[in-house]
Design a protein around this ligand. Structure first.
Ligand code: SF4
Ligand code: SF4
Length: 622
């Protein structure tokens, strides 16, 4: 199973305050463009733990070693705990360190030893290195966060890192030399970067697991181990000397007997995030002028490391460490210590480093300017000022991080505030438009409803009129299927149509071809295809004589037919008038000529015809 990365962010717990982004010394936290949530980039992370300490909602956690420790302890193998001397500053609630040793043993450890002896060995190597100046200044390599920072962000300084293992690794070697190569080793300390440091070593330098003090407290609680229930127990040898002062940043120099005299000393000690950054930078650029070795710790001494309990007070812890060192010195057996040192003299405490360059190329100026424009901070290109709310020290740095894909424009509060205003404005305009559209839609819906009702009403009127006409009316579609017909049509067509009408009122859908003879329905086919009307054509149908007009309604789609029964009195009268009028019109010339030849006689013929017409038109005047 791949190893979990050293630190993780739990997104559900994250409130996007970006304190982690602000504090991270190497910008190892990328903010996702879409969600705005931060994630740690393991390759860029140096394990300093600043983000973990800065995250007040506790959304950041580090890789736990609790289960791994329990597994090792239950393996049946001999396990040694090697305790960082910072333990005296952390566990001030345990009144006697001997109780504390027994509490650890109760967890199942076969040996409990101090790392301070390893500090003594390492300190001696530093003494040698610093006092044998051969033209090159060094940076101490005890703090894993500092080592990682140089490997990743100042790889050109790798040759200046002191090639000496850390006290943790030196102690692991000592314990294996003393108790056997098979013994498992668990380091208990204040540092989370040590969890990754341990992964670099194997063989006699191997550290099988790294427990923080916080994790050790968890185990005490889980196994219900309390000071009141245990007796005294001493640390297993070898015991340390001044190495107990290691938790204080210049403690190792004191242990080494290296002078920090301002006039004659050859080492500068510094601690804390910003001092570490400045120190490495100045060492890189100015060491030839500074002419000193640098002893650098990321945290304010290991006393305040991220693996210690939160809320610790630095000076109280410092006092507890020095008190403990003094107490131990009272019973210190220098002779035994010297023998132990002599036994360990042959241990190989050398180490090397590997460049792992994580520096990102700085984008071109025009690209940075483009991003500044995008976030409306055009004037900030050559300005070191910024509100820092985004986590970057100025707007230009944020623009660089955006270009490098580490940050997002939304991290600029001013920009996202303006965006919010614009968004609100757009939303308001869209809402107003939507409201207007709704009103217009309602109006047109009502209009359409009225039109529909009017259409329905007129269609009902037409239908009633159609049904009450004396003439037969039929409308057919392009397949000669009946679309609509009236009662008079059904009556004219006859009994068969009347029967169908009972089942399908108005003969809707009935085939005209099955109701009328060929010569009759062909008139409808003709009008459908030609789009030309047939007017008032006489058609013999069964015993009836019909006057038939067929006309197009919608070109090639619908045609209508009007059938008039010539034998009904109304139609017959109308027909007589029409026909007589036609006779008069057609024979008018001839009537004139006859009148000319015969005088009044012919004129009387015309008058007589007209009088017959009038008689039919106005029966009352008969
Ligand atoms: S410090 Fe980082 S991880 Fe923690 S809540 Fe804030 S943004 Fe989220
Ligand atoms: S541990 Fe340090 S380097 Fe790693 S992400 Fe957190 S603050 Fe950045």
């Amino acid at each position: 199973m791949p190893l979990e990365s050293l630190l993780q962010i739990s997104h559900p717990a994250c409130v996007k305050c970006y304190s982690c982004v602000r504090i991270c010394p190497v910008k190892a936290i990328r903010v996702d463009v879409g969600s705005g949530l931060p994630d740690i980039i393991p390759e860029r992370c140096i394990g300093c733990g600043s983000c973990y300490k800065a995250c007040s909602p506790n959304a950041i956690s580090y890789r736990s070693s609790v289960e791994e420790t329990k597994l090792i302890l239950s393996s049946g193998e001999k396990v040694a705990a090697i305790c960082d001397p910072t333990i005296s500053g952390e566990f001030h609630d345990i009144t006697d360190y001997r109780k504390f040793v027994e509490m650890i043993k109760k967890l199942g450890f076969a040996y409990v030893s101090e790392v301070s002896f390893g500090v003594d060995l390492v300190a001696a190597r530093y003494n040698e290195l610093f006092n044998n100046f051969r033209g090159k200044f060094h940076i101490t390599a005890n703090c894993p966060a500092v080592v990682s920072f140089i490997e990743k962000y100042h790889p050109e300084l790798i040759g200046n890192l002191a090639p000496i293992v850390s006290p943790m690794v030196a102690t692991a070697k000592v314990i294996r030399q003393k108790y056997g190569a098979d013994v498992k080793i668990i380091f208990i300390g204040p540092c989370i970067a040590a969890k990754d440091e341990a992964l670099r070593y194997d063989g006699d330098a191997k550290v099988d697991s790294v427990l923080t003090f916080v994790e050790l407290r968890q185990l005490f609680i889980e196994f219900n181990i309390r000071e009141s229930q245990v007796e005294f127990s001493e640390f297993d040898p070898p015991l340390g000397y001044k190495g107990s002062l290691y938790p204080i940043s210049n403690g190792i120099l004191q242990a080494a007997g290296v002078s920090e005299d301002l006039l004659t000393g050859c080492v500068i000690t510094t601690e804390g995030r910003n001092n570490m950054l400045d120190a490495v930078k100045e060492f890189d650029t100015r060491v030839e002028l500074i002419k000193r070795n640098f002893n650098i710790f990321y945290d304010e001494g290991c006393l305040m490391g991220p693996g210690t309990s939160q809320g610790g007070e630095k000076f109280l812890r410092m006092t507890l460490v020095t008190d403990y060192a003094n107490k131990r010195l009272l019973t210190f057996d220098k002779e035994t210590w010297q023998q132990e040192v002599a036994t360990s003299a042959d241990l190989d405490l050398a180490r090397d480093f590997a460049a792992d360059d994580q520096r990102l190329p700085v984008p071109e100026d025009d690209k940075i300017e483009d991003v500044l424009k995008m976030i409306h901070r055009e004037g900030q290109m050559h300005n070191d000022i910024g509100c820092e709310a985004c986590g970057y020290s100025n707007c230009r740095d944020l623009a660089i991080a955006i270009s490098q894909g580490l940050a997002t424009t939304e991290m600029c509060h001013i920009f996202s505030g303006q965006n919010r205003q614009e968004y609100i404005h757009t939303l308001r305009t869209a809402n107003e438009t939507l409201a207007k559209t709704k009103v217009a839609l309602k109006e047109s819906e009502e209009k359409a409803k009225h039109e529909q009702e009017a259409q329905k009403e007129s269609s009902e009127i037409i239908s009633i009129m159609l049904q009450n006409l004396l003439s037969g009316v039929v409308i057919v579609d392009e397949d000669l299927k009946i679309y609509q017909s009236n009662k008079a049509f059904i009556r004219i067509v006859g009994e068969e149509a009347a029967l169908i009408d009972e089942v399908i009122p108005g003969l809707v859908g009935a085939d005209l071809k099955t109701l009328l003879p060929v010569h009759f329905y062909k008139m409808f086919s003709y009008v459908l295809s030609s789009d030309e009307p047939i007017e008032n054509k006489d058609v013999q149908y069964e015993d009836n004589k019909l006057g038939v007009s067929v006309f197009p309604i919608r070109s090639h789609k619908y045609v209508g037919g009007i059938l008039r029964d010539m034998y009904t009195p109304e139609v017959r009268k109308e027909q007589i008038i029409t026909r007589l009028t036609e006779v008069v019109d057609e024979n008018f010339d001839m009537v004139q000529k006859i009148a000319y030849l015969l005088g009044e006689g012919a004129s009387k013929t015309e008058q007589m015809l007209n009088s017959i017409i009038n008689t039919y038109k106005n029966p009352a005047k008969k």
